[in-house]
Every structure is written in structure tokens, then in C-alpha cells.
Design a protein. Structure first.
Length: 333
């Protein structure tokens, strides 16, 4: 019995071989390299885990992952007051896959140090100002100080006796307190700390007299009576503690500007406009959502919803303001 052999011309065989991958891949969806994002995006937080920047950054990363369909991951690179992580992003390839989540020191450091290795509005592109976190002005409860006026009076009666905890030269805690000292004529000594937890511990024990900390992280100590809050470092009173006056109210100077901590998202300069536009749209949708607003409220933060160009203008204004303070406050490089 003779079997019929199937003979396929060579050119047809070659066509079939090359067509098979296309057949199997036809139902599979792949992100085009031209689409953004097409792979994992890294968000560098230049502070340790558990800080305000870290907590807000992780919440934002999760929402961006859900929104844009690619993983957004947090990488903590703390050290040197946020400088190490910031420089890591500045030196990264500006392709939209390495971002920076920063806070006030981002502007304070180059503002008071002309030799700072970066400039906020030259080396980075602001994507969004995410939130502000009011600070609590805290004192050790053993001190006879219950108001800002009490503080001013006590400091003037006992010059050099009171101390305040800071995160070191050029940080928001130092600059803010030095501004307050200049506005009120108080003589209070600075004690720099490497981390917030040790500063709070020493405030509770009485090793240091004063500390300004995020309301969200200090609320438990305020409610337990281990520290005493005498004012809010913010433009307005906090809805969480509506009976606590602001610093400007407490010192009787309505024009005094007490700046709370803020947090923002940035990309390195040179990042493709399409990536920046995609991020701005996605982040704006997130911060305008009820879910994100509820999250911010739960940690004592307040939503900020301003255009990215307005955020840029604020950064330039703050940079100019801080640059005028270095000589006045005697802050060293």
C-alpha cells in the first residue's frame, strides 16, 4: 500500500514557521516602549521608613500602580538630611522611571547653602504638591509653659536655659525655630538630633525643652499627657485640635508665617514631556479622590490641589526667602 506524502514547498514552510509566533502572540497584549509607563517605576524617598514622606509615598505608589497598570515601588535612601536620595534621583536617567518624593528640606538646603549640589527648579520638574502636614509645637509638661506667651516670657526671664531639638543645620526644624527666635527675641539653645524618635524620647524625659513634630506622630503623646502642645505650626488651626492656636496667634503677630511640612513629587530635569503629562494627570486624579483625601485626614495631613506650575512658583518664592536667611540666622554651610 502506497502512502501519499504531504509535500510542502520550501517557501510555504518558511512562511508558516515565521507565522506561528504571530499566531500565538496575537492574543497577548504588550506595552509599547512608547507608552508610559511600560515597566516598574522607582520612587525614591530620601528619608527612613515610617516618616511622613515614606507613609504618604507608599500610599501614592499603590494608587499609581492601580491607576497606570505598572508597579510603582518605594525605595528609601535616607541620609544627610535627604541629600543622598535627592542626588541619586538627580543623577539618574531622566526617563520617567526614577522619581523623587521630597519635603521642605528640598528647598531649604539649597536656599541657605549656595554650594548645595542641586537646585530644585533647575534640576527637577515638579509633578505635584501632594499634602501639607501641620506641626505641633511641643514642650516638656514639667515646664510652667502652657501658651506661646508663657514661652516667650520664660525664655526672656531665663536666657539660654531652654533648649530645642532640631534635625540639624539647614533643616526645617532648625530654620523654623530660628525664625521664631528672631521674631520674638528669645534665647533658646539648639540640640541637633539624628532621628525623630530620640528627640521625642528626650522631650518626654526633659533632656530637651521644645520640639516641633508632625501632629500625626505626636498626637498619642499629647493625648497621654507625656508632652504638652502649646501651638500649631501651620497657617490655620487643625480640625483635629481646634482649640489649639497657631503660632502666629500665640505670639500675637498675624503676619508671622509658620510653614508646615509639605510633600511633593518630582522628576529629574529632562524627563520626556509625555511621561510628565501622564504622571500629572494620574496624580491629580488620585489626590482629588475621596479615598486619598480620607487617607490624608487619617494621618493628620491636609490635601493640596494646585497646578504644577503654581507649585513651581511657590518653590522659587521659598528658595528666595530662605536664601535671605542664611546671613541673618548665622547658619553655616
Amino acid at each position: 500500500m502506497t502512502r501519499n506524502k504531504l509535500v510542502i514547498p520550501l517557501h510555504r514552510l518558511i512562511s508558516l514557521v515565521f507565522a506561528l509566533p504571530l499566531f500565538f502572540l496575537g492574543s497577548v497584549s504588550f506595552a509599547s516602549p512608547d507608552e508610559y509607563p511600560s515597566r516598574t517605576v522607582r520612587i525614591v524617598v530620601p528619608y527612613s521608613t515610617g516618616t511622613g514622606a515614606d507613609v504618604i509615598g507608599r500610599a501614592l505608589a499603590q494608587e499609581l500602580t492601580n491607576s497606570l497598570g505598572q508597579s510603582f515601588v518605594i525605595e528609601n535612601k535616607g541620609g544627610a538630611g535627604g541629600l543622598i536620595g535627592t542626588m541619586d534621583v538627580q543623577k539618574s536617567r531622566p526617563d520617567g522611571y526614577t522619581l523623587l518624593l521630597q519635603a521642605n528640606p528640598f528647598v531649604i538646603v539649597p536656599g541657605i547653602n549656595p554650594d548645595a549640589p542641586y537646585q530644585p527648579t533647575d534640576d527637577f520638574v515638579p509633578i505635584a504638591k501632594l499634602a501639607i502636614v501641620p506641626l505641633a509645637f511641643l514642650v516638656n509638661p514639667s515646664l510652667p509653659i502652657e501658651t506661646m506667651k508663657d514661652l516667650i516670657a520664660y525664655a526672656k526671664e531665663h536666657p539660654g536655659k531652654l533648649t530645642y531639638a532640631s534635625s540639624g543645620p539647614g533643616t526645617g526644624s532648625q530654620v523654623g525655630m530660628e525664625l521664631l527666635k528672631r521674631a520674638t527675641g528669645m534665647d533658646i539653645r539648639e540640640i541637633p538630633y539624628k532621628n525623630t524618635s530620640q528627640a521625642v524620647t528626650d522631650l518626654i524625659s526633659g533632656e530637651v525643652s521644645i520640639y516641633t513634630a508632625a501632629l500625626s506622630s505626636s498626637l498619642q503623646f499629647i493625648e497621654s499627657g507625656r508632652v504638652r502642645i502649646i501651638a500649631m505650626v501651620s497657617p490655620e488651626r487643625s480640625p483635629l485640635l481646634p482649640d489649639v492656636p497657631t503660632v502666629s496667634e500665640g505670639i500675637g503677630q498675624p503676619d508671622y508665617e509658620a510653614s508646615p511640612n509639605w510633600y511633593g513629587l518630582f522628576a529629574p530635569a529632562g524627563t520626556p514631556p509625555k511621561a510628565i503629562a501622564s504622571l500629572i494627570r494620574a496624580v491629580n486624579d488620585i489626590i482629588r479622590s475621596e479615598k486619598f483625601a480620607s487617607f490624608l485626614k487619617s494621618i493628620g495631613a491636609e490635601l493640596v490641589d494646585i497646578p504644577s506650575n503654581e507649585f513651581t512658583q511657590q518653590l522659587r518664592k521659598d528658595l528666595k526667602q530662605y536664601s535671605t536667611l542664611r546671613a541673618d540666622l548665622g547658619i553655616q554651610k
